[in-house]
Design a protein around this ligand. Sequence first.
Ligand code: FE2
Length: 270
Amino acid sequence: MTAVDLDAYARDGFLVLEDFVSQTDCDDLRARAAELVAGFDPGPIRTVFSTRDQGHARERYFRESGQAIHFFFEEEATDQPVSLALNKIGHALHDLDPVFDRISRRPQFAALANALGLEQPLLLQSMYLFKQPRIGAEVGWHQDATYLHTRPSTVLGFWLALDDADRDNGCLMALPGAHRGPLRQRFRQVGNEMVTTVLDPTPWPDIEPVALEARRGTLVVLHGLLPHGSAPNRSPRQRHAYALHLVDARADYLPDNWLQRPGLPLRGFA
Ligand code: FE2
């Protein structure tokens, strides 16, 4: 692996590593996702995700996705075929699907996690992100530690471009250096409800956002406290990506995180 610029990561809260993953691995992930989609029968699930009064079933399907492979539709999807209507697949692809498992556990990811300070990395969550042509939704500014919190915070995001991502098709945007600010919110389970709790009302700093344009095969590394998001995709081009979130086993994983895996213990890279 090429030397990681730890100074840039400490300063900016992100890294953009070109050609980090082979084109073959990118092809394999895309092909496998297409197979999973082809084998997915949305039937009643699609109703769940397009009907407002099904909130309960929808929430349960989401909560159970932490230890499953579940499919989530775009809010703006109407009559598109399923392959052009999905927002994402999540959240245990890396443990339950052999192709995602193999590529997620490539040695270069393990070495990178170690280099960035995770001594005992655990692969917590994976998402195949579609960002469909024309209807791919905006992802608002957020910190990943809002959704996946350990004490102390250790969550680390790996975001792999499976298509060239640029401003037109909704590449990642980030506020450089803003990972040094506090965690603002936590999304967590309270009883049977998912709630968002404000921890610190400090607004995002007044920093010019940067577009993290990434050619296919590029890995974007995101610090768990870095504010980031992405614009909607209004272009005719898809923008597929694969995201993997890691935590350090030495930190406490909070029992009120939405993602709980009672039936599927977390694994590292081994
Ligand atoms: Fe994120």
